[in-house]
Design a protein around this ligand. Structure first.
Ligand SMILES: [Zn+2]
Length: 342
């Protein structure tokens, strides 16, 4: 007899889920932002809580594209410019992830966009690190790390400057919780991977693990370039890779993992319908997949819920699910798992 949705979630919560693609800015608790809006100033005067909350989440009746999706980040950014706010929000995101069954969390953000009130990039990351650490201290079975994002639209030079600013925040310098990886995100057009060749070479030299948002709003070429020009170890979304058999074989052969975020991929228009998603093609070909959330608040999802969606849509067995969870854990960038008590 098939499981009910509740039984499926119960089963998923027995597994040590891993979310390696979760954005800080898209995972903020709406209630926290609302409270901050009452303390500091109201971003959009005249809204009650429900109206405010609507501005933070994707709405299929109005929103269609990646740019509509990216619009949801404007309000959180007005409040995430201050050290204490960033620390509190990071701690709450980790706590929410833990309640969602996540036992390994890679949280990503671009520090530059949190500097408008005068913080440095290192201070932004210190705030995130402190928030994550506070949560990890409460939950000994939780591992956490940070991925630093450079915005594609800020260009390659800014990305290199950012790397030099944040290298001192890597996990090995901070008792096990710190920066573990580097990523580029934001509009794919007109900012192709070729603009970031020197950046990724520098990231490699500095010892950062490397992921790349690619093939979400662009064709397979962008994914090829992320692999061949940037040396990506993982790919964010890469949905268009599903249209290129040779590329799928390459990802499988080299063990390059795809961070799959099902609901987000439908909302941004990366796929037309969930049933069109290349997830089954990736799995069949042996491409490692890390099922992730992208933006729980914006997309209105949890990781366990995304697994449940995958189970239902693609008829996954319990063994398939266990394999998926293991793949995410195997492809994590977090390396220092012990000694994170101080
Ligand atoms: Zn993303």
């Amino acid at each position: 007899m098939p499981r009910s949705k509740e039984e499926t979630i119960e089963f998923l919560h027995t597994l040590p889920l891993a979310d390696v693609h979760r954005h800080f800015d898209g995972a903020v608790r709406p209630r926290t932002l609302w409270n901050l809006s009452q303390t500091y100033y109201s971003a959009i005067p005249g809204l009650d809580y429900d109206g405010f909350r609507e501005k933070l989440s994707y709405d299929a009746s109005r929103d269609r594209t990646l740019l509509d999706y990216l619009d949801k980040f404007h309000i959180p950014l007005q409040y995430t410019q201050f050290f204490d706010n960033i620390q509190t929000i990071a701690e709450e995101i980790a706590e929410d992830a833990y309640a969602d069954g996540v036992r390994l969390l890679e949280l990503r953000l671009n520090p530059t966009i949190h500097r408008r009130a005068g913080l440095t990039s290192r201070q932004v990351l210190t705030a995130v690190r402190k928030g994550l650490r506070a949560c990890v201290r409460r939950h000994a079975d939780l591992e956490a790390g940070i991925i630093v994002i450079a915005m594609r639209n800020h260009g390659g030079n800014m990305a290199k400057i950012l790397l030099r600013e944040v290298v001192g925040e890597m996990e090995q310098y901070h008792s096990g919780i710190g920066v573990v990886g580097f990523d580029i995100a934001g509009p794919e057009r007109p900012f192709p991977p070729v603009l970031f060749v020197d950046t990724y070479a520098l990231a490699t030299t500095m010892g950062f693990h490397r992921t790349v948002h690619a093939g979400e709003d662009e064709g397979p070429r962008s994914v090829w370039d992320a692999v061949e020009l940037l040396g990506a170890e993982r790919l964010g979304h890469a949905t268009s890779a599903g249209r290129d058999r040779e590329l799928i074989s390459r990802l499988a052969k080299d063990g390059i993992a795809v961070e799959v975020c099902l609901t987000s991929n439908v909302q941004t228009g990366a796929v037309d319908r969930l049933s069109d998603h290349p997830l089954p093609r990736f799995l069949e070909a042996g491409v490692p997949v890390c099922l992730s959330t992208d933006n729980p608040t914006v997309s209105g999802v949890t990781l366990a819920g995304e697994y449940a969606t995958a189970i239902e849509m693609f008829d996954l067995s319990d063994d398939d699910v266990r394999r998926l969870v293991n793949m995410s854990r195997r492809h994590t960038f977090i390396t220092s798992r012990e000694n994170r008590s101080c």
